[in-house]
Write a protein that binds this ligand. Sequence first.
Ligand SMILES: Cc1cc2nc3c(=O)[nH]c(=O)nc-3n(C[C@H](O)[C@H](O)[C@H](O)COP(=O)(O)OP(=O)(O)OC[C@H]3O[C@@H](n4cnc5c(N)ncnc54)[C@H](O)[C@@H]3O)c2cc1C
Length: 494
Amino acid sequence: MSQRADVAIVGAGIMGLAHAYAAASRGLQVVVFERSRQASGASVRNFGMIWPIGQPHGRMHQLALRSREHWVQVLEQAQLPYRPDGSLLVVYREDEAAVAREFVELSADLGYACEWLPRDQVLARSRAKAHGLIGGLWSPTELTVDPRVTLAALPRFLHDRFGVETRFGRAVSRIDLPTVQAGDESWLVDYVIVCSGDDFESLYPAIFATSGLTRVKLQMLRTAPQPKEWQLGPALAAGLTLRFYSAFDVCSTLPRLRDRIASETPEYDRWAIHGLVSETAGGELTLGDSHEYGESVDVFNRGDADELILALSLGTTILRETFGLWTPTYFTQATGMTAAEAASNSAWFPFFGGISVMLCGYLSDRLGGGGRAALMVGGLGLATVALLVLAFGWLPASRTWPAILVAAVAFLTIGPYSFLAGAMAVDFGGKQGSGTASGLIDGVGYLGGVVSGDSVARLSIRYGWSGAFLFLASMAFLSCVAAGVLLRHERRCR
Ligand SMILES: Cc1cc2nc3c(=O)[nH]c(=O)nc-3n(C[C@H](O)[C@H](O)[C@H](O)COP(=O)(O)OP(=O)(O)OC[C@H]3O[C@@H](n4cnc5c(N)ncnc54)[C@H](O)[C@@H]3O)c2cc1C
């Protein structure tokens, strides 16, 4: 049976919750639908900066100041932490100082409450780097909130104060007013407000397609909590930020700054890089950021990890495919098994591979993202030893030992191999890019298939099975090294 509300909202990001607040505080009955178990979009991955000074003067700036008032009201009512510390745009170059000073001169007429601070006053208020500092643009109107804490707490606050229902884990799949279908629930409502973030595909794709909206990917860094006695002070922006927010477009000195950045560091323009630092309630610093615009932005975060994963895919696929193709031939040629014995002993490879996939899947869920790379290091390291034993024939003369070692290689490599186009594709491509990431990883893996078919045949003819296993041991060793570098990379990123 259908349930009823005045207003349905799609998405429990900040836009959805803000609309829920606005509607519920006018006395309307509101239900919010969120497809995830908790808000997981841009609203929990940002600087938490309420930043009126960035908005162009006039209507947008006035709107931003009003929004700030609402924020303070809600944060106070919900007893949520925030830092009303204002902002400091710190300046280290003369052309940046010229823009900041000009903006201060214009600010009274434009409605901004900001002032120019000389170097020693900037240092008295903040942790800005002293070396080369000229001064700063101080503005008292900025706030910092903790996005994750705030987004997790607001649904409860809205429920307790206004009776707003938030239905987590329910994706809205169809809107046909007055009916809204969300997961297994059907609701009758008067209005629907769609706040679905960057999901342009699920609802109203045709409208989004002609809206002129596009995606943007931002990259930032979040540190571990700083010691309790360490405080950032006001949120910081760098001189680069002057060219980023349109508030500063009124300055006649801005084009000179823009020209200098374009000629000195064109990559800053290419990736729309500027500098911001904010501090969460828990003392973590968020630093950033870069901007990549486009309908389908690069699925990987930039860095060495992409290449490492592709290298791992190549190495482990060579191992898997070689054993898949050549094990029966090896058993008959090298150990004297009959064709029937070779075929039945070869079945141990997929059998132990399957056990390995299940075990690694279970362990990886328990250990998390970093655990996957650690399991790969362990598995591929031990596989290298097993392959060296096969290469150098350090075995008692029997038919059983080669079969046991081949099964061991399956157990040690197939689980780690299975991470690549599955869980690791999601780690590195994210929810949205995981399909492409998995395609890329798998695609590179197929190159490994080609190598295993052709090159291993040539090697075994030229150097015998010892040469082929030595080649495979080197592949396992190199993959193990790549997994080790990936592990270190992931530990550094955490
Ligand atoms: C790195 C970064 C830093 C930023 N820093 C700042 C900052 O400091 N200050 C600032 O003001 N802005 C900042 N922004 C911008 C700000 O974070 C976004 O504008 C804002 O979070 C957008 O909120 P939203 O609710 O529209 O989208 P989202 O937060 O993406 O929320 C959309 C929600 O809708 C849900 N959803 C989608 N489709 C459905 C469906 N069919 N059914 C049910 N649920 C659905 C999604 O699961 C998601 O939870 C930053 C953005 C980024 C990426």
